[in-house]
Design a protein around this ligand. Structure first.
Ligand code: ADP
Ligand SMILES: N[C@@H](CCOP(=O)(O)O)C(=O)O
Length: 317
């Protein structure tokens, strides 16, 4: 038996909710912007890596996060007295590493979901999400669910972490297009977290609370322009923008071109722009492709929110 899963790219923070808001995205042209993992029965454990960004991963399979996923999942099986089977895994690495698109989260989610489905889903979604957060935390230096939750469950997820609920979806604006531009350079999430201040000014804390509450309220009441007006970041962007070449120019261009919002995806360097119509999206895509992308690893996609999240695809890799 073999199981193949696909997990989408995600935007952590979405400007307004540092560590507490995350969105799953899929390109409108149907291209795969996310990792695929296959799990199958095998006499010995092995990890094979393929895909556009495979060569950027550590060459030692034990340094691939899939190794930890397999180890950790087996421990969880044992703790439930479920017999562990011998498996091997294939990772199709389609997301660039250190891109701000939740690359490590994407591999973690695809791998754990493939393992869970291989065993006929012994773990419930919230237990799975807890495991995913734990493993993502091993890489980024602290547990934050704003990539794994949307990647796994789809949509825009609000982290609640209360009464056993890790996250829940908020309503989205179906007409919004999200232009994602990855310049082709890497920023380590752990380092981009380390440069943030340990404490914030009262004025920024108040702005943060008002904006996050405002965005959630406007999403629930489906007031698109009001929601977009809150999409600015007083927590991370002021400190991280200097890490991204041409971020200020890119943001200025996008806003002048009529974008509803523009910000850093996760810890960067990917930048996301929200627009209402396709011709604007295409204009912004052209500008980012010509002025923001720095090398052949870069790309720019017009996306929509991926409401489905991780799926079992059934196609063998
Ligand atoms: N399957 C994997 N996918 C992505 N990164 C991985 C994987 N396995 C190990 N890593 C390592 O985890 C780190 C991910 O860096 P990070 O800055 O957190 O990237 P991202 O923000 O894109 O997830 C890198 O050092 C990378 O080599
Ligand atoms: N909330 C996190 C999100 C990191 O996302 P990544 O895609 O850069 O891993 C943060 O902003 O640090």
């Amino acid at each position: 038996m073999a199981v193949v899963t696909y997990a989408p790219a995600s935007i952590g923070n979405v400007s307004v909710g540092f560590d507490v808001l995350g969105a799953a995205l899929s390109p409108i042209d149907g291209s795969l912007l996310g990792d695929r993992v296959q799990v199958f029965g095998s006499d010995s454990f092995a990890i094979e890596v393929r895909g556009r960004f495979a060569a950027k991963l550590p060459s030692d399979p034990r340094e691939n996060i899939l190794f930890d996923c397999h180890d950790y999942f087996n421990q969880q099986l044992k703790s439930r007295q479920i017999a562990v089977q011998s498996v091997a895994m294939i990772l199709e690495k389609n997301l660039p590493i250190g891109s701000g698109l939740g690359s490590s989260a994407c591999s973690v989610v695809a791998a754990l979901e493939a393992l869970n489905q291989f065993y006929d889903a012994p773990f419930e979604p919230m237990a799975m999400l807890a495991m995913m957060g734990e493993l993502e935390g091993k890489i980024s230096g602290s547990v934050h669910y704003d990539n794994v939750a949307p990647c796994y469950l789809g949509g825009i997820q609000l982290m609640l972490e209360s009464q056993g609920v890790i996250s829940q979806a908020i309503p989205t604006f179906k007409e919004w297009l999200w232009v994602l531009a990855y310049p082709g350079i890497n920023i380590s999430t752990a380092q981009a977290r380390a440069i943030l201040p340990a404490q914030y000014r009262r004025q920024d804390v108040l702005t943060y609370g008002r904006q996050l509450a405002g965005f959630i309220h406007a999403s629930h009441t489906q007031q698109a322009d009001l929601a977009a007006s809150f999409l600015t970041d007083v927590i991370a962007e002021p400190y991280r923008r200097a890490l991204i070449p041409q971020f200020d120019e890119a943001r200025r261009y996008a806003m002048q071109a009529g974008a509803l919002a523009c910000g850093i995806s996760g810890s960067g360097p990917t930048v996301f722009t929200v627009v209402n119509d396709m011709s604007q999206a295409q204009r912004i895509q052209t500008w980012f492709t010509e002025h923001f992308i720095q090398n052949d690893d870069g790309f720019c996609h017009i996306c929509r929110i991926d409401e489905q999240g991780t799926q079992v695809t059934g196609n063998l890799l």
